[in-house]
Design a protein around this ligand. Structure first.
Ligand SMILES: [Zn+2]
Length: 341
């Protein structure tokens, strides 16, 4: 991965390039920003650049180091991600200190896993190795999943990292990291990508039609991965269909509201549908907040109530809560139809 292959983030990447050319690379970085916008790629681009033998503003992409980094087998680059305990093992404890390494497997969703003490021990061992070229780089994905005991084990190293090493913490939730960890890292904030950047990528890189690319980009909240799943998974049509059916439920019509609740509860992609509805209310609320000042018609309050109802329902049905879908949808629809508070 080269800096030039990353979409957007020109300012942030220039800071990193400048640090390399100026010999001012920090020992620890925090790459913060929403999911799916390219933070992890930026971490890999930095790791590659620090090990490239022909670096000039960017990694060369040709040398043996770039080649190994490209295949994710470079001995100087180590990535850590949240893990779950393999099946049949003992349950989680906050200091899983004696868990054997092989009992851990990568969590499919970072929020389901933790970065554990045995993983940090392995990293500390790696950082002690002597190398004759480049830098040892550790990339910690979803760093907010660092178990507090693991974060403690790590702190001293963050403060006095071994020579020729760089630690990059990548997270969408920097607020969840202990202040003691945050204060030891140079923070780089990555912003959501511009809609136009996302749309251009969808048309050029993914062969998505222009109209659909623009719509998906507008819904993507600046995240490439979200935009791809929207544009390539037919989500744009699914969103249109859900919003159309919701629009056919008149205020105060309990029968239609219950019908819609049942329909939603039976849907396979219920969480996605609720995200669409929530996004629509948020957008409409923003537009009405501006109009409200002039008309004072209470539309904003009504939309806001609906937004809150959808947000709460979404929270209730997702793991680990798993509320009853039918009951949750009924309560939500009654609020949306103005029949309950
Ligand atoms: Zn190279």
């Amino acid at each position: 991965m080269r800096f030039s292959e990353i979409l957007g983030h020109t300012k942030e990447l220039n800071i990193l390039k400048g640090a390399i050319t100026g010999g001012r690379v920090a020992h620890a970085y925090l790459f913060a920003g929403p999911d799916g916008i390219g933070k992890r790629q930026a971490a890999f681009a930095l790791a590659t650049a620090l090990n490239c033998r022909e670096f000039r503003e960017d990694a060369c992409g040709q040398c043996p180091d770039c080649e190994k980094a490209g295949r994710s087998v470079h001995p100087n680059i180590n990535e850590v991600w949240p893990t779950i305990k393999a099946k049949g093992r003992t349950k989680d404890t906050e200091d899983g200190a004696d868990e054997p390494r092989e009992a851990l497997e990568k969590a499919e969703r970072p929020e389901d896993g933790l970065i554990r003490i045995p993983q940090i021990r392995e990293i500390l061992g790696f950082l002690k190795l002597r190398i004759d070229h480049g830098r040892k780089v550790v990339i910690i994905d979803a760093a907010d999943r660092l178990m507090s005991a693991a974060a403690n084990a790590f702190l001293k190293t963050l403060e006095e990292p071994p020579d020729a090493s760089v630690i990059i913490l990548v997270t969408a939730h920097p607020g969840l990291l202990p202040a003691t960890v945050l204060s030891r890292c140079q923070r780089i904030n990555f912003s959501p990508l511009q809609d136009s950047t996302v749309a251009a990528y969808l048309t050029a890189g993914q062969g998505v039609g222009r109209a659909e690319a623009i719509e998906a980009a507008g819904l993507s909240q600046g995240s490439i991965s979200r935009a791809i799943s929207l544009a390539c998974g037919g989500a744009v049509e699914r969103r249109g269909s859900v919003l159309e059916r919701l629009g056919a439920v008149p205020m105060g019509d309990a029968f239609k509201a219950m019908q819609m609740a049942e329909e939603l509860a039976k849907m396979d992609g219920l969480e996605e549908a609720l995200e669409f509805i929530k996004g629509w209310y948020r957008q409409t609320a923003t537009e009405n907040e501006i109009a409200e000042g002039q008309s004072g018609n209470g539309a904003f309050r009504r939309i806001w109530t609906s937004y809150r109802a959808v947000d709460e329902a979404l929270y209730d049905i997702t793991p680990p809560r798993y509320a009853n879908r039918q009951i949750t949808m009924e309560a939500m629809m009654l609020k949306i139809a103005g029949l309950a508070r």
